[in-house]
Design a protein around this ligand. Structure first.
Ligand SMILES: *Cc1c(COP(=O)(O)O)cnc(C)c1O
Length: 478
C-alpha cells in the first residue's frame, strides 16, 4: 500500500475509519456543566478479542434449550425455530412505535386482529385479548373479568375453587383479586375428587380454575359434568391453558364448557422463555364476557383495523401499549407456518414423547398414576429416598450429564415428585439418551450413592444454599 492512502484516510487519533462529524460535541453540549466528568473513567483496557472471549465463556455457563435437553415439567421448554426471531426482528415490525397513527401501522394491527381470531378458533372461545404479559398475568386478567361479570349481574361471590394439583400462580392470582381460595382434593385416579367438589361448590363460588390436562399430565375425564355443575351454581369455569401443547388441534377448552382461557404463548406457541420473559399470556372468553375484556382490543371496520374506542364495561388496561408485540408476532408466524395439521402434530408428538419416556422409566421410578399420560407425567423418587437419595439429588446429578433437571417437588401432592415433560420437539435418540443417563444414576444410587449426593461435580457452581440464595441474593460484581 502506498503511504498516500494512509494519509488520505487517517484521522487525528490515528484511526482510519471516518467518524461522525461533531457527534461527541453535540452530546456534550446537552449535558449541564455540573454533570460532566472532570476525569476520565477508570475503565479496563482490554482488546476486543478478550471481550468476545469473556462474554462467550459467560454465555456457555448458562443452560439453554439450544445446547441441551430440558425436560422441565409444566414449563414446556421446547425448541423455538430461529426464523420466528428473524420475522419479529424485521424492520417492518421493529421500527414502528405503538403511538404511531393507526393508518401508518395497519400491518401490525392486522397481525394483532388476526391473532385474536386465530386463538379464538384454536381454543373455541369467542374473543381474545393479547395484553397479559405472562400466564400468571392472564390468570389475574381472567379473575378480574370473573369479578366484573358477577358484579354486572348484581351478585357478589367470594370463593374461587382450585384443585390441589394446580400451579402455584392459580391461588396467588385468586388471592390477589381478593378471593378466598378453596382447595379441591385430587382422587386416587389423579383427577378432581368429585365428592369434594360437590361438597364445596355453592352459590358463593365465583369460579373453578382448572388445568386440563392437569399438572399431573392427566386429562380430566369428567370435565363436561364438572362444567355443568359449576354453571348450575352460577359460577364460571376458568382454563389454565399453560399445558395447551397437549391438546392443541385435537380438542378445545371452549367445547368443554370453559368460559375463560389463558394461553402461554411462550410455552405452547414457540416464544423463547426462561430467565423471566418477555412472555405473553393472551386471554380468551365466551360471548357474555367480551364486554369485560381489557381495552383496547383491535377491531376491524370496513377494510381498516383500529383500536376499540368505547368499552365502558372493560376491566381497563392491564399493561402499557398492547401486549408483548414481539412475542405475538413469533406465535402468529408459528401458527401460520404450521397450519391446522401442524398444530395437531404438536399435541400428538408431545403426548407420544411423554408416554414413551414414562414407559421406559417405569422400572426405575414409582409412578403414582401409571396409566397413559398427556404431554407430561409425574414420577416419584420414593424408593430412591428409602436408599438415602432424594429427587433433588437426582436432579443435581443430571446436570453433570448436561441435562436440565425435571421439575421437582411439584405438584405438592406427590412425594419426591419429578415432573417430566420431554416436549414435542425432541428426537427418540435424545429421549433414549435421557433414559440411559437415569439408568446410570440409578446404578450409582445402588453402588456409590455419595456420587449422587454430592452432585453436581462439573457445573460452574455446585450445591447452593437455595433458600439463602433466594432470600439474600448477592448481586455484587466480582
Ligand atoms: C407456567 C405455568 C403458569 C404460569 O405462567 P407464567 O407465564 O410463568 O406466569 C400457570 N399455570 C401452569 C400450569 C403453568 O405451567
Amino acid at each position: 500500500m502506498s503511504a498516500s492512502i494512509f494519509e488520505k484516510h487517517s484521522h487525528n487519533d490515528g484511526s482510519w475509519l471516518p467518524r461522525p462529524a461533531g457527534a461527541e460535541t453535540e452530546v456534550l453540549a446537552c449535558l449541564p456543566e455540573a454533570l460532566r466528568r472532570r476525569t476520565a473513567p477508570k475503565l479496563p483496557t482490554v482488546s476486543e478479542l478478550d471481550v468476545v472471549r469473556h462474554f462467550t465463556t459467560l454465555s456457555q455457563k448458562n443452560f439453554c434449550i439450544d445446547t441441551n435437553f430440558y425436560p422441565l415439567g409444566s414449563c414446556t421448554m421446547k425448541y423455538n425455530p430461529k426464523v420466528l426471531d428473524a420475522i419479529a426482528a424485521s424492520t417492518a415490525f421493529s421500527q414502528i412505535h405503538p403511538y404511531q397513527d393507526e393508518e401508518q401501522v395497519q400491518g401490525a394491527l392486522k397481525v394483532l386482529y388476526e391473532m385474536q381470531k386465530l386463538l379464538s378458533e384454536i381454543t373455541g372461545m369467542d374473543e381474545f385479548t393479547l395484553q397479559p404479559a405472562a400466564g400468571a398475568h392472564g390468570e389475574f386478567c381472567g379473575l378480574l373479568i370473573t369479578s366484573a361479570y358477577h358484579k354486572s349481574r348484581g351478585v357478589t361471590k367470594r370463593k374461587v375453587l382450585i384443585p390441589d394439583s394446580a400451579h402455584g400462580t392459580n391461588p396467588a392470582s385468586a388471592a390477589l383479586c381478593g378471593y378466598e381460595v378453596v382447595q379441591i382434593k385430587t382422587d386416587v385416579r389423579g383427577l378432581v375428587d368429585r365428592a369434594d367438589l360437590e361438597a364445596k361448590l355453592d352459590d358463593d363460588v365465583a369460579c373453578l380454575m382448572m388445568t386440563n390436562p392437569s399438572t399431573l399430565g392427566l386429562f380430566e375425564e369428567e370435565i363436561l359434568e364438572i362444567a355443568r355443575a359449576v354453571h348450575a351454581k352460577g359460577g364460571l369455569l376458568y382454563y389454565d391453558g399453560a399445558n395447551m401443547n397437549a391438546l392443541v388441534g385435537i380438542c378445545r377448552p371452549g367445547d368443554m364448557g370453559f368460559d375463560i382461557v389463558h394461553l402461554n404463548l411462550h410455552k405452547t406457541f414457540a416464544v423463547p422463555h426462561g430467565s423471566g420473559g418477555p412472555g405473553s399470556g393472551p386471554v380468551g372468553v365466551k360471548k357474555d364476557l367480551i364486554p369485560h375484556l381489557p381495552r383496547p382490543r383491535v377491531l376491524k371496520k370496513g377494510g381498516a383495523y383500529a383500536f376499540e374506542k368505547d368499552a365502558p364495561a372493560s376491566i381497563g388496561k392491564l399493561r402499557t401499549y398492547y401486549g408483548n408485540f414481539g412475542a405475538v408476532i413469533r406465535s402468529y408466524a408459528y401458527i401460520l407456518a404450521l397450519g391446522a395439521e401442524g398444530l395437531e402434530g404438536i399435541a400428538r408428538n408431545a403426548i407420544l414423547n411423554a408416554n414413551y419416556l414414562k414407559e421406559k422409566l417405569k422400572d426405575i421410578f414409582e409412578l403414582p398414576y401409571p396409566g397413559p399420560c398427556m404431554h407430561e407425567f409425574v414420577a416419584s423418587a420414593r424408593s430412591q429416598k428409602a436408599k438415602g437419595v432424594r429427587a433433588l439429588d437426582i436432579a443435581k446429578r443430571l446436570l453433570d450429564h448436561g441435562v436440565h433437571a425435571p421439575t421437582v417437588y411439584f405438584p405438592l401432592i406427590v412425594e419426591e415428585a419429578m415432573m417430566i415433560e420431554p416436549t414435542e420437539t425432541e428426537s427418540k435418540e435424545t429421549l433414549d439418551r435421557f433414559v440411559e443417563i437415569l439408568r446410570s444414576i440409578q446404578q450409582e444410587i445402588d453402588q456409590d450413592p455419595q456420587k449422587v449426593l454430592e452432585a453436581p461435580h462439573t457445573t460452574p457452581v455446585s450445591r447452593m444454599d437455595e433458600v439463602r440464595a433466594a432470600r439474600q441474593p448477592d448481586l455484587r460484581l466480582r
